[in-house]
Design a protein around this ligand. Structure first.
Ligand code: AMP
Ligand code: TRP
Length: 344
């Protein structure tokens, strides 16, 4: 049974789906293959079985310096990219975090739930900002805002890559703490971390994670890379002198080959070990992987160009998503405020 609002033509609650998925991505640079295989691919798949909320987390992006013009461009490019990979706004709610003020408001309640000690233990903060006087306060409190993103929608599942696991565990702890202290208010969300692809590594430095904020473009495959660029980067990807294809996760000597096999496996759904058995040298493995990547990325690139040719429609679509999201978020925020003793 599907209940529709009397006053509008969008869905407000889909009673047929008990799984509610939410995830977010920063509009900080062009997404990489790591983003796709670690998270975005599952965003698309989850739409078949869940009520999905996907947000472009622009408030998270400004925890470090951003040029306003570039931030706008990245936000629209990212929206086009999410639609191009298959996020379907008839089935899912796609929106911009800053357009739903409830995120910042519940973020404050979460900052008043989390402790200084907990935030200090976040490895991402330790890597990105600890020890510098110019680090923005929001980079430190960022996991509280992320918890708010998730808890506002009574989310049951959060598809993310391995690097977000600690933030998600904190969101779970905060939901439990709030519920225990102020009464049942939030669902406690489960992480969805892929078995293959949770951590795609840099092609030039396979001991480091592929990251869209990395300066060296040659180690990253961007989802908008041309066929030539993808083939070139895969051909130049670091391997080792052994020229034997086998999957040996955890062995730093084989980190490059492991990464190529992981990418291939995550892309095709095959086990990296089975893929390894099909190859006797690195050349053929790289050729086939490059072709598989080009087949996936080419249609995405042309669809992005098409969508960006009409920004007015793109922005209207995002506003519609934000309005849908706000209808849910405002109820949760009201409950949370009342539970805490704030008069609404
Ligand atoms: P971000 O780029 O930090 O906005 O991340 C967006 C999503 O992509 C998050 O769920 C991350 O966990 C995931 N992700 C980012 N980089 C990688 C990577 N190298 N391998 C797998 N997943 C990743
Ligand atoms: N912190 C996440 C990242 O950098 C992005 C994010 C923000 C997110 N809010 C979220 C992911 C809520 C999942 C759920 O990748």
């Amino acid at each position: 049974m599907r209940i529709l609002s009397k006053f509008s033509n969008y869905r407000i609650w889909d009673m047929t789906k008990t799984k509610r998925v939410l995830s977010g991505i920063q509009p900080s640079a062009t997404p990489t293959l790591g983003n796709y295989l670690g998270a975005l691919k599952f965003w698309v798949e989850d739409q078949d079985e869940a009520d999905c909320y996907y947000l472009i987390v622009d408030l998270h992006a400004i925890t470090v310096d951003q040029s306003p013009e570039v931030l706008k461009e990245h936000t629209l490019n990212l929206a086009a990219l999410l639609l191009a990979i298959g996020i379907d706004t008839k089935r899912s709610t796609l929106f911009i975090q800053s357009q739903v003020p409830e995120h910042a408001q519940l973020g404050w309640l979460m900052e008043s739930t989390v402790t200084f000690g907990e935030l200090s233990r976040m490895t991402q903060f330790k890597e990105k900002g600890k020890g510098s006087n110019t680090t923005r306060a929001s980079l430190f409190t960022y996991p509280a805002l992320m918890a708010a993103d998730i808890l506002l929608y009574q989310t049951t599942h959060v598809p993310v890559g391995e690097d977000q696991k600690q933030h998600l565990e904190l969101a779970r702890d905060l939901a439990l703490r709030f519920n225990n202290r102020y009464g049942d208010t939030f669902k406690v969300p489960e992480p969805e971390i892929p078995k293959v692809g949770a951590r795609i590594m840099d092609l030039q430095d396979p001991l480091r994670k592929m990251s869209k904020s990395s300066k060296a473009a040659s180690g990253n495959i961007y989802l908008t890379d041309t066929a030539d660029s993808v083939s070139r980067k895969i051909k130049r990807a670091v391997t080792d002198a052994e020229n034997k294809v086998y999957f040996d996760p955890g062995n730093p000597q084989k980190a490059g080959v492991n990464n190529l096999l992981t990418i291939f496996g995550a892309l095709t759904g095959d086990d990296p070990r089975d893929i390894a058995e099909r190859y006797s040298g690195y050349g053929a493995l790289k050729d086939d992987l490059a072709n598989a990547l080009v087949d996936t990325l080419n249609p995405i690139r042309s669809r992005i160009v098409e969508l960006r040719s009409d920004d007015t429609s793109l922005i209207a679509l995002l506003r519609e998503g934000s309005a849908k999201a706000q209808a849910i978020a405002s109820k949760t925020l009201r409950n949370a405020k009342e539970a805490m003793g704030l008069i609404s």
